[in-house]
Design a protein around this ligand. Structure first.
Ligand code: MSP
Length: 659
């Protein structure tokens, strides 16, 4: 018996559950179930990442206090996963008191060991990533984050630095000693070269906003959200679970997307080592999976929110979604979630292969043996081959699950079903019964044994269908127990001759052409181009299409008189003695940047605007604010003056005209 502790990333509450986050969560649950099946004691952790500037801003946009906003979205995650038959052991929130206590303790340990020092930081920050970016990483023009394609912000503030540079050598030694720490191999090489190229100390606290865990003894600082977030993997385990699941005898596996590998393989072990944890107290492995596209398209926020994993699960059952996620995408590589392929695979692998094997076998048993399990007679070469092949494929499936290759595990499992279908065709029990009924009974007994094995082998991926299949075979649901390995190794002995079978219709009813078209029409979303906002359950109703009080219609010519241009904020500062005003210089693609004075100071710090793309009314007559302070344009924004949102255009260069 072993112990297996598997974690998903904790998800930011600026988004609701989507196919990308469902993916990691489903894989984690399937791995957990596999380990349970082989008799391991398991613990699965998931949860939500709730602090930081991004969440604070989003809450403000929604008009809610940050905690209230987090409560609502966190609940959506907590409720979503069980609908995909994910059974986590703990759902952690970074606003949980025990988490906060752990993080403060970790901070204090690191401080005591001399790895935190106060300094000043000035660099680029992407709020989307909640990460600092080097000048080199930015896309030009416009200082854009390479991941979010949005302008990064200039951050200049007092900060506690974590002495990451001190851990460069120990980390490289760790990677060398433990080749399996970073998986898959290609990702390991990326991290190695990143660390080899030199580690800079890490800014680990912020002072320009307050939504975070306060730094012990210096509460004007809140901790860097990743310091807080990464700690969840340990803070989630109470003393008893910690001793059992974060021990040398347990395997600790973090599943993450490739975009957040560096945080988990560089920062996280460095924090732990710095706090005094020993090398054997580090996680065993961090596995980075790839990114999913949907029907060949990148999962932008609009598309991502339009494809609802819960809707797919409601239409086809959670098992079908789980199967597709686990089978269609090679774990570790980028992959596509294609709706048409989902239905195709449903019909082929599930309906025609496995489902049909079950119905035809039970149908024959009803016809030839009164719906009972027939007696197994002497085996011939045909049966011997099937028994041997099944054994071999079960071993491959087990090895693939252990090797974090669920797609291969399912490939091997379905190859058993295909081999059994070939066996029925060759054995032809419907013909054999005419001359040798005992032989036909052996055929059917053999098929039932294969089905029994399959019903157990699919359980990690498809727990519900496993139960349904077993019920039809007259078997109890697969019962797991610590110390007992019930993942099948070979067929034989699962069924008793004479026991009643309980056929209950097709396991995967197939869709005819018309039904398939209708299903696809329901599943494939029509994506609106605009960015969709996160919907909270109690969110106010969306604004009607033609709001009351809308201005009178104007002609296109009227509109064309307004020269709207894309600008990039180059500098920004507060106007002395004016609470609301900021003085900006904005690049509009002209020979000289323009000076614009805007009433934004109640919503933005000056630093937060530098680098941002804005929409400027470029032909507004200049406005004199007195003492020579003249504004040559106006920025477009919406909302009350203390919670303004700036209009922006993501992919256009400075000076581009909006029309
Ligand atoms: N809160 C951090 C993680 C902190 S863990 C200590 C975070 N959250 S996230 O919600 O933005 O992303 C969570 C995970 O979802 C990441 O692993 C990311 O890779 C994954 N995915 C987001 N979009 C995805 C796809 N399109 N495809 C696959 N996974 C995707 O980062």
């Amino acid at each position: 018996m072993g112990r297996f502790y598997v974690t998903t990333p904790i998800y930011y509450v600026n988004d609701v559950p989507h196919l990308g986050t469902a993916y990691t969560t489903v894989v984690a649950d399937a791995l957990r179930r596999f380990h349970l099946a082989i008799g391991d004691e398991t613990f699965m952790l998931t949860g939500t990442d709730e602090h930081g500037q991004k969440i604070e801003r989003q809450a403000r946009e929604e008009g809610l206090a940050p905690k209230e906003f987090c409560d609502r979205i966190s609940e959506r995650f907590k409720d979503a996963w069980p609908k995909l038959d994910v059974a986590y052991d703990r759902f952690i929130r970074t606003t949980d008191p025990d988490h906060e206590a752990f993080v403060k303790d970790l901070w204090e340990k690191i401080a005591k060991n001399g790895d935190l020092y106060l300094g000043h930081y000035e660099d680029w920050y992407c709020v989307g990533c909640e990460a600092f970016k080097t000048e080199k990483e930015l896309a030009q023009p416009g200082n854009l984050c390479p991941i979010h394609k949005k302008p990064v912000e200039r951050v200049k503030e007092e900060t506690y630095f974590f002495k990451l540079s001190r851990w460069e050598k120990p980390l490289l030694e760790l990677y060398a000693k433990r080749p399996g720490f970073i998986q898959p191999e290609t990702r390991r090489n990326e991290v190695l070269s990143f660390v080899q190229s030199g580690l800079k100390d890490l800014s680990c606290s912020r002072t320009s906003f307050t939504w975070g865990i306060p730094v012990p003894n210096d509460p004007k600082h809140v901790m860097y959200v990743w310091f807080d977030a990464l700690s969840n993997y340990r803070s989630a385990l109470g003393a008893g679970d910690l001793a059992r699941f974060w021990a040398p005898s347990a395997k600790v596996l973090h599943l993450v997307g490739k975009d957040i590998l560096r945080f988990h393989t560089v920062f996280w072990p460095a924090f732990l080592l710095s706090a005094g944890y020993k090398e054997e107290e580090l996680p065993d492995a961090v596995f980075a999976h790839g990114f999913l596209t949907i029907d060949g398209q990148k999962m932008g926020k609009s598309l991502r929110n339009a494809v609802d994993p819960l809707k797919i699960a409601a239409e086809l059952g959670p098992d079908v979604l789980r199967y597709q996620l686990l089978r269609a995408i090679a774990f570790g590589q980028d992959g596509d979630f294609d709706h048409a392929a989902l239905v195709e695979r449903y019909n082929a692998d599930l309906g025609k292969n496995l489902g049909n094997l079950l119905s035809r076998t039970l149908g024959l048993c009803a016809k030839l043996n009164d719906g009972r399990v027939p007696a197994m007679g002497p085996k011939t070469g045909l049966e011997e081959d099937l028994f041997a092949r099944t054994k071999e494929l079960l071993a491959s499936a087990r090895a693939a699950w252990l090797g974090l290759e669920p797609h291969r595990a399912l490939e091997a499992t379905w190859a058993i079903s295909a081999a059994a279908n070939q066996y029925v065709d060759r054995a032809a029990p419907w013909a054999a019964v005419k001359t040798d009924p005992a032989r036909a009974h052996t055929h059917l007994a053999t098929l039932l044994e294969v089905l029994a094995v399959l019903s157990a082998a699919i359980w990690p991926a498809m727990p519900r269908k496993s139960d349904a299949m077993r019920a039809q075979l007259g078997l109890e649901p697969l019962r797991t127990a610590i110390g007992t390995d019930v993942f099948p190794t070979a067929m034989g002995g699962a069924l008793t001759a004479g026991a009643p079978l309980a056929p209950a219709g097709p396991l995967f009813p197939t869709y005819d052409e018309k039904a398939e078209k209708e299903l696809l029409a329901r599943l494939v979303p029509k994506v609106e181009e605009k960015e969709t906002k996160v919907e909270t359950t109690n969110a106010p109703a969306p604004a009607p299409a033609a709001p009351e009080g809308a201005s009178a219609a104007i002609t296109y010519d009227d509109f064309a008189k307004v020269d709207l241009r894309v600008g990039v904020v180059l500098t920004c500062e507060k106007v002395p003695k004016k609470d609301k005003l900021l003085r900006l210089t904005v690049d509009l693609g002209e020979a000289e940047p323009r000076q614009i004075v805007a009433g934004l100071a109640l919503s933005f710090t000056a630093e937060a605007l530098v680098g941002r793309k804005v929409v400027v009314v470029a032909n507004l007559a200049p406005r004199d604010f007195g003492k020579g302070l003249v504004s040559h344009g106006m920025l477009l924004a919406s909302g009350p003056s203390e919670a303004l949102q700036l209009a922006t255009v993501v992919d256009a260069p400075p000076g581009a005209r909006l029309k």
